[in-house]
Design a binder for this molecule. Structure first.
Ligand code: 5GP
Ligand code: ZN
Length: 114
């Protein structure tokens, strides 16, 4: 998707602070961090939202969640606890339509969200 900001980050056309990369997954720092640790984990392939996910994506999702666990460990969150967020659609608060999982931690997080 040529007009997708996260596809541009994957291609390197837009700079980002990358913290993990392999052939199918990229993780980078959120530009507007909401917590001491706020990372975004995305597939390199353009998938608009969780609504497009299904059985076919099992391996990719396994890779995404093992990446989240690796990053939680590296950032000292594994024992403290952390939050994984996916926003889907307008009322879900999704603003970038390339699926992404927020990894938030490093402070006590309130629940429920607004
Ligand atoms: P959403 O609201 O769609 O769940 O989350 C999108 C996230 O992407 C927001 O937290 C926002 O700060 C982040 N974001 C938007 N544009 C950029 C960008 O160009 N670079 C980075 N690193 N993060 C971005
Ligand atoms: Zn994209």
């Amino acid at each position: 998707m040529s007009d997708c900001i996260f596809c541009k980050i994957v291609k390197g056309d837009v700079p980002s602070e990358k913290v993990y990369e392999d052939e199918s997954v990229l993780a980078f720092k959120d530009i507007h961090a909401q917590a001491p640790v706020h990372l975004l984990v995305i597939p390199k392939a353009h998938i608009p939202s969780v609504r497009e996910l299904g059985e076919k994506d099992g391996a990719l999702l396994g890779r995404i969640f093992s990446t989240i666990n690796r990053l939680a460990e590296e950032n000292g969150l594994a024992e403290r606890g952390f939050r994984i967020v996916n926003n889907c659609g307008e009322e879900g608060g999704q603003t970038v339509h390339h699926i992404h999982f927020h990894l938030l931690g490093g402070r006590s997080l309130t629940w429920p969200p607004g």
